[in-house]
Design a protein around this ligand. Sequence first.
Ligand code: SF4
Ligand code: SF4
Length: 371
Amino acid sequence: MQYHAYGTNGPMVSAVGFGVMRLPPKKGGGWGSVNFSQGVPVLRHAMEQGINFFDSHHNYHGGLSEVALGKALKGWKGQRIVIQTKTPFYREEKLDFFKKLLEEAITKLGVNCIDYLLFHSMDMKMFQKRGKGFFQLTDWAMKKGLIRARGFSSHDTSENIKKFVDTGEFSAMLVSYNWLNRSVADAIAYAADKGMGVSVMNPVGGGSLSTGTRPILALLPRAKSAPEVALRYVLATPGVCTAMSGMNTLAQVDENVAIGGMKTYMTAAARAAMGKKLEQLHARSQVICTHCGYCMPCPAGVNIPENFLLLNRAKLLGLQELARVGLRQLKEHKDGDKSALACKQCGACLSKCPNKVKIIRQLQETAKLMG
Ligand code: SF4
Ligand code: SF4
């Protein structure tokens, strides 16, 4: 595994980090549950294989991701583990509410101090409204030794992210970036240049770039899989310290560790060649859905991220038939139609999407795909 300094004054962190949000769920339990007997060994295996950066959130898996990480950390005697977690400071709650959340996180993790506490999903409007309060919270927490530093995660524009960096108040940031959605590349380089630690979420597009079709594998000759193409592209981006991957099997950990340990993620020539191919692909693509689920629930029952996963599979990766089968299954779902055809175009989802996906338009496109 390669290690990079997480900002000028930060610790050394593994090139591939662990995004603790896709642990195996309990049978029939869904996302708000964790199968601890499967998930904890995956976390522990990652630590043993050299992954030392773990990114969580107070509410991933309904608050159980921090519990799972705490279980994996128990009795750990290996290298120092760096923990980054997030707080929903966009919520209109008093400071005490967030103090309590932080204290709960520390208890769940079983640590004395969290390395980085991030303002989750901060945008300019939210920063202007609640930034001062967040500084108050994090100043208090740093003084008490509950956190080492503060940062933010954001889906805002590159321009606004640079403005957050320019405040000089943050040590770390987590942004969404992958070969299909490279809009914050300059903000990443800018933040790193100013001494901040930069971590990347959605390096494999929330799973949508993980299918090894011919168009994807052709982007990087000799790459063995689509996640390899995606991770190597992100890791070769100037300024990126660590890319978060949501792993849920031991095999995924091993694959990621092998990629993170490569001497060179991508030569300059390979990067330039991939850049050219991406320009051609980009001409055919749309704003990509990262399957964060923030737009859900839809009052008409549409499973928005699932429809877009299928749309992107068809449109970008050439998996039309597979996509059609998936869409038929959504239409015939036992709980009612969850396909794009059920969309009533009410618009309730639009403002909730951090990636500004044109949801209605893309759902219409998905419906067309169904014939
Ligand atoms: S616009 Fe369509 S997908 Fe969005 S909330 Fe309304 S019905 Fe659901
Ligand atoms: S459409 Fe937007 S909000 Fe909904 S899952 Fe995709 S990226 Fe997230």
